[in-house]
Write a protein that binds this ligand. Structure first.
Ligand SMILES: CSCCC(=O)C(=O)COP(=O)(O)O
Ligand code: ZN
Length: 178
Protein backbone atom coordinates (compact mmCIF):
# COMPACT_ATOMS: atom_id res chain seq x y z
CA UNK A 1 0.00 0.00 0.00
CA UNK A 2 2.27 2.66 -1.40
CA UNK A 3 2.22 6.38 -0.69
CA UNK A 4 -0.55 6.09 1.97
CA UNK A 5 -2.93 4.67 -0.66
CA UNK A 6 -5.57 2.15 0.38
CA UNK A 7 -7.98 1.76 3.29
CA UNK A 8 -9.16 -1.11 5.48
CA UNK A 9 -12.33 -1.76 7.42
CA UNK A 10 -14.06 -4.40 9.52
CA UNK A 11 -17.69 -4.66 10.53
CA UNK A 12 -18.55 -4.28 14.23
CA UNK A 13 -21.48 -6.11 15.76
CA UNK A 14 -23.61 -3.03 16.46
CA UNK A 15 -24.64 -1.46 13.14
CA UNK A 16 -21.23 0.08 12.65
CA UNK A 17 -17.77 -0.63 11.23
CA UNK A 18 -14.18 0.32 11.96
CA UNK A 19 -12.22 2.05 9.18
CA UNK A 20 -8.68 3.36 8.91
CA UNK A 21 -8.01 7.04 9.50
CA UNK A 22 -7.23 9.06 6.39
CA UNK A 23 -3.77 9.77 5.09
CA UNK A 24 -1.80 7.31 7.21
CA UNK A 25 0.84 4.89 5.99
CA UNK A 26 -1.22 1.69 6.03
CA UNK A 27 1.86 -0.38 6.79
CA UNK A 28 2.31 1.36 10.15
CA UNK A 29 -1.17 1.21 11.68
CA UNK A 30 -1.91 1.04 15.40
CA UNK A 31 -5.20 0.14 17.03
CA UNK A 32 -5.94 3.84 17.61
CA UNK A 33 -5.68 4.53 13.87
CA UNK A 34 -9.26 3.28 13.31
CA UNK A 35 -12.56 5.13 13.65
CA UNK A 36 -15.97 3.55 14.23
CA UNK A 37 -18.59 4.66 11.70
CA UNK A 38 -22.39 4.34 11.88
CA UNK A 39 -23.81 2.24 9.03
CA UNK A 40 -27.01 4.27 8.99
CA UNK A 41 -25.60 7.72 8.27
CA UNK A 42 -21.80 7.54 8.13
CA UNK A 43 -21.31 9.48 11.38
CA UNK A 44 -18.09 9.00 13.34
CA UNK A 45 -19.04 7.25 16.58
CA UNK A 46 -15.66 6.88 18.25
CA UNK A 47 -11.92 6.58 17.80
CA UNK A 48 -9.21 8.23 15.77
CA UNK A 49 -8.53 11.19 18.10
CA UNK A 50 -8.61 14.29 15.92
CA UNK A 51 -8.08 12.28 12.73
CA UNK A 52 -10.66 12.01 9.96
CA UNK A 53 -11.95 8.68 8.65
CA UNK A 54 -10.73 7.38 5.29
CA UNK A 55 -11.71 9.57 2.36
CA UNK A 56 -13.29 6.41 0.91
CA UNK A 57 -15.45 5.51 3.90
CA UNK A 58 -18.59 5.95 1.75
CA UNK A 59 -17.54 3.00 -0.45
CA UNK A 60 -17.01 0.72 2.55
CA UNK A 61 -20.36 1.82 3.97
CA UNK A 62 -22.15 1.06 0.68
CA UNK A 63 -20.70 -2.46 0.76
CA UNK A 64 -21.68 -3.18 4.37
CA UNK A 65 -25.16 -1.75 3.82
CA UNK A 66 -25.85 -4.01 0.84
CA UNK A 67 -23.76 -7.15 1.48
CA UNK A 68 -25.10 -8.54 4.73
CA UNK A 69 -22.37 -11.17 5.00
CA UNK A 70 -19.45 -8.79 4.38
CA UNK A 71 -17.33 -8.51 7.54
CA UNK A 72 -14.24 -6.84 6.10
CA UNK A 73 -13.38 -4.60 3.11
CA UNK A 74 -9.90 -3.98 1.74
CA UNK A 75 -8.97 -1.32 -0.81
CA UNK A 76 -5.63 -0.88 -2.53
CA UNK A 77 -4.06 0.80 -5.54
CA UNK A 78 -1.99 -1.02 -8.13
CA UNK A 79 -0.52 -0.26 -11.53
CA UNK A 80 -2.23 -3.38 -12.88
CA UNK A 81 -5.70 -2.40 -11.67
CA UNK A 82 -5.36 1.00 -13.34
CA UNK A 83 -4.13 -0.51 -16.61
CA UNK A 84 -6.66 -3.35 -16.72
CA UNK A 85 -9.67 -1.10 -16.14
CA UNK A 86 -8.73 1.27 -18.98
CA UNK A 87 -11.16 0.74 -21.88
CA UNK A 88 -13.01 -2.08 -20.10
CA UNK A 89 -16.46 -1.72 -18.54
CA UNK A 90 -17.09 -4.13 -17.01
CA UNK A 91 -13.77 -5.87 -16.51
CA UNK A 92 -14.29 -9.53 -17.40
CA UNK A 93 -11.85 -11.57 -15.35
CA UNK A 94 -10.16 -14.49 -17.16
CA UNK A 95 -11.36 -17.98 -16.22
CA UNK A 96 -8.00 -19.30 -15.15
CA UNK A 97 -7.49 -21.45 -12.06
CA UNK A 98 -7.16 -18.43 -9.76
CA UNK A 99 -10.80 -17.50 -10.41
CA UNK A 100 -11.72 -20.24 -7.91
CA UNK A 101 -10.40 -18.00 -5.13
CA UNK A 102 -13.44 -15.80 -5.82
CA UNK A 103 -15.82 -18.73 -5.36
CA UNK A 104 -16.30 -19.10 -9.12
CA UNK A 105 -16.16 -22.62 -10.52
CA UNK A 106 -16.60 -23.92 -14.03
CA UNK A 107 -20.34 -23.38 -13.86
CA UNK A 108 -20.83 -20.37 -16.08
CA UNK A 109 -20.92 -17.92 -13.17
CA UNK A 110 -20.26 -14.47 -14.68
CA UNK A 111 -16.81 -13.06 -13.98
CA UNK A 112 -17.55 -9.40 -14.74
CA UNK A 113 -16.34 -6.87 -12.21
CA UNK A 114 -18.16 -3.51 -12.18
CA UNK A 115 -16.12 -0.40 -12.92
CA UNK A 116 -17.14 2.90 -11.32
CA UNK A 117 -15.99 6.33 -12.43
CA UNK A 118 -13.50 7.98 -10.11
CA UNK A 119 -14.72 11.27 -8.67
CA UNK A 120 -13.41 13.80 -6.13
CA UNK A 121 -16.81 13.57 -4.41
CA UNK A 122 -16.38 10.06 -2.99
CA UNK A 123 -19.92 10.12 -1.59
CA UNK A 124 -21.15 9.99 -5.18
CA UNK A 125 -19.02 6.90 -5.84
CA UNK A 126 -20.47 5.36 -2.68
CA UNK A 127 -23.98 6.10 -3.94
CA UNK A 128 -23.23 4.50 -7.33
CA UNK A 129 -21.77 1.44 -5.60
CA UNK A 130 -24.79 1.11 -3.34
CA UNK A 131 -27.22 1.39 -6.27
CA UNK A 132 -25.28 -1.18 -8.29
CA UNK A 133 -25.08 -3.66 -5.44
CA UNK A 134 -28.77 -3.31 -4.60
CA UNK A 135 -29.60 -4.02 -8.28
CA UNK A 136 -27.20 -6.98 -8.62
CA UNK A 137 -27.78 -9.80 -6.15
CA UNK A 138 -24.85 -12.21 -5.62
CA UNK A 139 -22.11 -10.01 -7.16
CA UNK A 140 -18.46 -11.02 -7.25
CA UNK A 141 -16.90 -9.83 -3.96
CA UNK A 142 -14.96 -6.94 -5.50
CA UNK A 143 -15.27 -3.78 -7.56
CA UNK A 144 -12.99 -1.39 -9.42
CA UNK A 145 -12.87 2.39 -9.42
CA UNK A 146 -11.41 3.47 -12.75
CA UNK A 147 -7.86 4.89 -12.71
CA UNK A 148 -7.88 4.24 -8.97
CA UNK A 149 -8.02 0.71 -7.56
CA UNK A 150 -9.84 -2.37 -6.29
CA UNK A 151 -12.02 -2.82 -3.23
CA UNK A 152 -12.73 -6.42 -2.19
CA UNK A 153 -14.75 -7.83 0.69
CA UNK A 154 -15.32 -11.09 2.50
CA UNK A 155 -17.00 -12.81 5.41
CA UNK A 156 -13.70 -12.63 7.33
CA UNK A 157 -10.60 -10.46 6.99
CA UNK A 158 -8.73 -13.49 5.57
CA UNK A 159 -11.41 -14.08 2.98
CA UNK A 160 -11.40 -10.40 1.97
CA UNK A 161 -7.61 -10.60 1.55
CA UNK A 162 -7.94 -13.77 -0.57
CA UNK A 163 -10.48 -12.03 -2.80
CA UNK A 164 -8.34 -8.90 -3.06
CA UNK A 165 -5.20 -10.84 -3.96
CA UNK A 166 -7.02 -13.02 -6.50
CA UNK A 167 -8.49 -9.98 -8.25
CA UNK A 168 -5.08 -8.30 -8.36
CA UNK A 169 -3.59 -11.49 -9.86
CA UNK A 170 -6.30 -11.67 -12.54
CA UNK A 171 -6.01 -7.95 -13.34
CA UNK A 172 -2.27 -8.40 -13.72
CA UNK A 173 -2.93 -11.06 -16.36
CA UNK A 174 -5.21 -8.66 -18.24
CA UNK A 175 -2.73 -5.80 -17.93
CA UNK A 176 -0.06 -8.06 -19.42
CA UNK A 177 -2.24 -8.87 -22.43
CA UNK A 178 -3.76 -12.23 -21.40
C1 LIG B 1 -2.40 8.80 -2.31
S1 LIG B 1 -3.83 7.89 -2.07
C2 LIG B 1 -5.20 8.99 -2.36
C3 LIG B 1 -6.42 8.62 -1.55
C4 LIG B 1 -6.82 7.21 -1.79
O1 LIG B 1 -7.23 6.86 -2.89
C5 LIG B 1 -6.68 6.20 -0.78
O2 LIG B 1 -6.91 5.04 -1.03
C6 LIG B 1 -6.27 6.55 0.60
O3 LIG B 1 -7.18 7.40 1.19
P1 LIG B 1 -7.34 7.44 2.79
O4 LIG B 1 -8.16 8.68 3.02
O5 LIG B 1 -8.08 6.19 3.17
O6 LIG B 1 -5.98 7.46 3.39
ZN1 ZN C 1 -7.95 4.74 -2.96
Amino acid sequence: MRATAGNLSARADDQSFWVTASGLCKGELNTDDFLRIALADGRVLEGGGDRKPSAETAIHRAIYNTQGSAAACLHGHSVEAVLASRGRDPVVLPRVEMIKALGVWDDGTPTALPVFANHPDVASIGQAVETFLRDHPRPLPALIVRDHGVTAWGQTISEALRHFEAVEFLLTLLARGF
